[in-house]
Design a protein around this ligand. Structure first.
Ligand SMILES: C[S@@+](CC[C@H](N)C(=O)[O-])C[C@H]1O[C@@H](n2cnc3c(N)ncnc32)[C@H](O)[C@@H]1O
Ligand code: SF4
Length: 402
């Protein structure tokens, strides 16, 4: 058993104990997508758009209709988390967030533990707005800081400075106990020394949750085009990226924020519950343009995908009859593969029995043994998971297992 398996607070506390618990036992979340941003960042391929005018009453009516429709599909279910993602949901009028949350509370069974996260961009939040979001029922913020270097923030196309980002984190923390922020590393010309100093500065802010993403160059983005034209210089090669990943794990681990998922670090108990629903392959509704969902109904699991274009999504919702969304049953073998793709991102790993219950076929144990011998996975009774090195090489691990 690798050391990862031994000190894993998540496993003991909340790991699903048996395959029967399945998707229902892994939690139930609601994702709402707000597709607008003040500017498009050159690295970002999220479904986000810059609009001159947003018709807020029309969006309110559409979300209201969607929540009611989703409520009829999942009557009486207990909701664990809500996530306003984007785009930039901190651009939403706080009273729209309040209206949505009121309706959500009347639609599902929401306990006092309900986690309500809103993604915020430091350019679109000041104290008054944060306060209004908290008043509306938001109890967790996830702030897109991205870099603690002004020159790099400009290169990333961000509209805020380091000072404004740090102030946004402080303001949010003054109003709300649970605040996370995002940083992007493995950026152009970034050295181990500069990232180490930047991460130390981030950790000195004493966050209890951090999302640390390696910069990925996506097709269809400005950075993607620049790279194809040979003009995106100073990007790290695989070896330097791996070294930066290792450094990140070491520094965060030493600061008491070990990774509980490839890119997510938290103090014990401060893990984001919403994303844990995805990674544990639980059920979640995805409402809003381009949102994905996974839902178990009548013993079957369905994948939903909403129309991505904001205007077409609105028109589809207004037409009714689920016009804005496709719904497909997920084959058992695909469920089993998705389960592993999600759970193996997590330090707590996966259950052999739940995988077998999903796929109907046991995992090839000689493959697991080979991966364990190579130090890429750990095994402990019914559970197995990726080691730190295995998480870095997750695609290769999945290829071998699947
Ligand atoms: C929806 S955004 C967060 C909220 C807000 N839109 C913002 O940018 O401040 C989600 C996060 O994904 C990360 N991200 C987006 N594109 C990325 C890329 N190409 N490489 C690495 N991280 C990326 C950023 O850290 C970003 O904060
Ligand atoms: S990173 Fe955030 S602010 Fe930038 S385009 Fe993407 S969603 Fe919008």
């Amino acid at each position: 058993m690798a050391e990862d398996a031994i000190d894993n607070p998540l496993r003991a506390a909340v790991a699903p104990a048996s395959p029967e618990i399945g998707a229902q036992g892994a939690g139930f979340g609601l994702y709402l997508h707000w597709p607008f941003c003040a500017a498009k960042c050159p690295y970002c391929d999220f479904n986000s758009h810059v609009a001159r005018h947003v018709d807020h009453p029309r969006w309110e009516a559409a979300f209201t209709r969607e929540i009611r429709r989703a409520g009829t599909l999942t009557p009486g279910r207990a909701l664990d988390s809500i996530f306003f993602g984007g785009g930039t949901p901190s651009l939403m009028p706080p009273d729209l967030v309040a209206t949505i949350l009121d309706l959500v509370r009347r639609t599902w069974n929401c306990g006092p533990e309900l986690e309500v996260t809103l993604e915020a961009n430091p350019s679109s939040v000041e104290r008054g707005r944060f306060q209004d979001f908290v008043q509306a029922g938001v109890n967790r913020f996830s702030i897109g800081v991205q870099a603690l270097d002004d020159a790099d923030l400009r290169r990333l196309g961000r509209l805020h400075s380091v000072r404004e980002a740090i102030d946004a984190v402080a303001t949010a923390r003054g109003l709300c106990e649970r605040v996370s922020f995002d940083l992007i590393y493995a950026r152009q010309d970034q050295t181990a020394e500069s990232w180490s100093a930047e991460l130390a500065q981030a950790l000195a802010l004493e966050p209890d949750h951090l999302s640390l993403y390696q910069l990925t160059i996506e097709d269809g983005t400005v950075f993607g085009a620049r790279q194809r034209a040979g003009k995106l210089t100073g990007m790290p090669d695989e070896e330097r990226s791996a070294a930066l990943f290792e450094l990140t794990q070491d520094l965060c681990g030493a600061a008491g924020l070990p990774a509980y998922e490839i890119s997510n670090h938290a103090r014990r108990g401060a893990e984001g519950r919403h994303n844990l629903v995805y990674w544990r392959y639980g059920d979640f509704l995805g409402l809003g343009p381009g949102a994905h969902g996974r839902l178990t109904r009548s013993g079957m699991r369905f994948a939903t995908l909403a129309e991505p274009k904001p205007e077409a999504w609105l028109a589809g919702v207004e037409e009714g009859a689920g016009r804005q969304e496709t719904t497909e049953p997920v084959a058992r073998s695909d469920q089993a593969a998705e389960y592993l793709m999600m759970c193996l991102r997590l330090r707590e790993g996966a259950s052999v029995a739940r995988h077998a219950a999903l796929s109907g076929v046991p995992l090839a144990s000689e493959r697991l043994e080979r991966l364990a011998d190579d130090g890429l996975i750990w095994r402990d009774g019914d559970r197995f998971g990726t080691t730190r090195r295995g998480r870095l090489l997750l695609n290769a691990v999945l290829r071998e297992i699947l």
